[in-house]
Design a protein around this ligand. Structure first.
Ligand SMILES: Nc1nc2c(ncn2[C@@H]2O[C@H](COP(=O)(O)OP(=O)(O)OP(=O)(O)O)[C@@H](O)[C@H]2O)c(=O)[nH]1
Length: 344
């Protein structure tokens, strides 16, 4: 029996994983795919956005959401039973795509493919790391040496570098293919410089492909035949010595509200809030009074985007929900108060 190929899509918060998968589903060329979508926050926005985007390639039942935590930490409880259920289906998918949360380490997930019941039936065709060229160019993953020195002085037990930089390096070190996304936001020289920096963190021979809005041909993404679970030793991680790592470096919470008259007050509130609290990611769905469609709002660092997604279904409650993610120590009360003031 041939093993079902599985592609792991990794990349930091907001790098464009969901956008890339959306493009893949719309250009699946007859492939029957299943999706496992993992989110750090406890509201599954990505699964919501992907559902229904190509029923033929991936019916709603074949999109499984694993919200509320990073897949790398919940492998035994959530991921393995989910994979087993997909593999046990009378007609299993041709290819499985896993979107990890932006804070997940890919290596523990790939290791799960060594589990006896999985290894006989599925293989990791490839780990694809998405890099946000705009965020790298802005220096968002580089260690702020002064801040680190101050943090170490305050807490001598601090034994690791910037958590963002560690994640960035872990995701690259595990990759079989790197997609340098958001190439539309960065000039050519900067892209070339980022490519040369990236190649210091990847294994030999790993290709880097530039992309705009995740528009990468399925024939490039799928069919890498890496068998990644068989060469884990070649994929170093900052967390090799601590298999029971956690995500204490990051915080996430959800702010809920009702319908709003307009999106403008929310946009006006978000810009200073993101800057003041160094918020990494905001995403959610907003109900606008009198509008039949729901609005999706996305912020990656300081960049905020919004668009109408699809019509509200008659059985859906028209509520607004925003997931907020940042580094540990976010002032949740202040952020909640500011957002609640424009959402309630
Ligand atoms: N300008 C530009 N924006 C992009 C590109 N790719 C994605 N985006 C935008 O970036 C935001 C985040 O994209 P997502 O696809 O949701 O990112 P993600 O990696 O799935 O995010 P998380 O799951 O929260 O980690 C959205 O507003 C996208 O429209 C790109 O190539 N260029």
């Amino acid at each position: 029996m041939s093993k079902i190929p599985t592609t792991v899509i990794t990349g930091f918060l907001g790098a464009g994983k969901t956008t890339l998968i959306h493009h893949l589903l719309q250009n699946a060329k007859g492939r029957r795919l299943a999706l496992i979508v993992n989110e750090f926050g406890d509201v599954g926005v990505d699964g919501e956005l992907l559902r229904g985007c190509n029923e033929e390639a991936c019916p709603e039942d074949d999109i499984v959401e694993l919200a509320n935590g990073c897949i790398c930490c919940t492998v035994a409880d959530d991921f393995l039973p989910t994979m087993q259920k997909l593999l046990d289906r009378p007609s299993p998918p041709e290819h499985i795509i896993i979107e990890t949360s932006g804070l997940a380490l890919p290596k523990p997930l790939v290791k799960a493919f060594q589990w006896p019941d999985i290894r006989t039936r599925a293989t990791v065709d490839g780990v694809v790391a998405l890099i946000d060229a705009d965020a790298v160019a802005a220096g968002r993953f580089a260690t702020d040496e002064t801040a680190l020195a101050l943090a170490r002085a305050a807490d001598p037990s601090l034994d690791h570098d910037s958590p963002l930089e560690e994640l960035y390096e872990d995701q690259l070190a595990c990759a079989d293919l790197v997609i340098l996304n958001k190439s539309d936001l960065v000039d050519d020289d900067t892209l070339s410089r980022i490519e040369s920096d990236i190649s210091c963190d990847t294994r030999d021979g790993v290709k880097i492909v530039r992309a705009d809005h995740g528009a990468v041909d399925a024939s490039i993404l799928l069919g890498l035949f890496a068998g990644a679970e068989n060469d884990l030793e070649a994929r170093p991680s900052h967390h090799d010595a601590e298999p029971d790592h956690d995500h204490d470096d990051f915080d996430s919470f959800v702010v809920r509200g009702g319908e709003v008259a307009s999106i403008d007050p929310l946009l006006a509130a978000m810009t200073p809030l993101i800057a003041a609290h160094d918020i990494l990611r905001v995403k959610g769905i907003i109900a606008i009074e009198g509008r039949p469609a729901r609005m999706v709002i996305q912020a990656v660092g300081p960049r905020i985007q919004h668009h109408f997604d699809r019509a509200w279904k008659p059985e859906e409650a028209r509520i607004s929900q925003l997931v907020v993610i940042g580094q540990k120590g976010l002032d949740q009360a202040a952020i909640e108060n500011a957002l609640a003031a424009v959402l309630l």
